[in-house]
Design a protein around this ligand. Sequence first.
Ligand SMILES: [Zn+2]
Length: 344
Amino acid sequence: MKKRLQQIQKKAKEEIASASSWEMVDKLRIKYLARRGLIAQEMSQIGSLPEDERPEVGRLANEVRKQVSRLINEAKTRFPRKFRQVGPRIKGQIVKSKDITIPGKRPPQGHLHPITQITEEIIDVFSRLGFSVVEGPEVELEYYNFTALNIPRDHPSRDPYDTFYVKEDVLLRSHTSPVQIRVMEAAQPPIRVLIPGRTYRPDTVDATHHFMFHQIEGLMVDEDVSMADLKTVLSIFAREVFGFEVKTRFRPSFFPFTEPSADMDISCFLCKGKGCAVCGQTGWIEILGAGMVDPKVFEAVGYDTEKYTGFAFGLGVERVAMLKFGIDDIRLFFEDDLRFLRQF
Ligand SMILES: [Zn+2]
């Protein structure tokens, strides 16, 4: 074996000396030094030698390998390396393109749906006012959708023609308000939550109605919460979303779960209050419903009605998006037509 190693060394020396190109030297490197090369093959057999011979043969094999390696490295410096076949590299990867300055192909990039954009914008405003986001089930018990919200048995919204019933006491929620009850059942005041989500009503689909639409509900409960807090919070929201010059006004209204109740209008941000088609020549646009939480709702969740007061509001996200983006047909939001969606 010692002899074979010496022969390998001699042969390698001759072959390396007669090599006439970098590529030939590299082939010899593979022949002698690669993992399955001639020297490695010899070394793999050292284990089968008598134990007392192993150290010496091992040393010799290492010495031969070092020598051949040194000769090959020296030989390689004799020839200019041809980079032609290698090609340009980007981050270590060889690229096939001859011109690496040609711009790459950009993958198509999507963006958020306009409804999601508006929802996130509104959440952002209220989160700066200390409201946190809560979500609830879209398939809801009648108790949460109606009873706990002080909506009486004979109220028209309970009618099957106005609500999608799954079975007798289970329905697709007709508003996001049931989540108010779920929040108050689970926690004690102070409460400041924003509740975005899908709601369902069996409306005939047309330019301003859809059987599914998005609402954002807000609820604030604490000691000494008053109508002044409601007006302040909602006026800040209106200015942040529709522009700083927007004015707000509150008109008396009715909701079973708030008392007193109000509708909030904003001054038309398109005509600045002069009157146009969007505001119906009135200069005002109705934007949301709100009110002080009815004590009967607090009783349903076991809150002390002497200690706590609160306000709630709800708005339609599609309506806000239609106003802000100047969209005149609600159906466009749900048709997945990219020609429409790409505009936002
Ligand atoms: Zn107007």
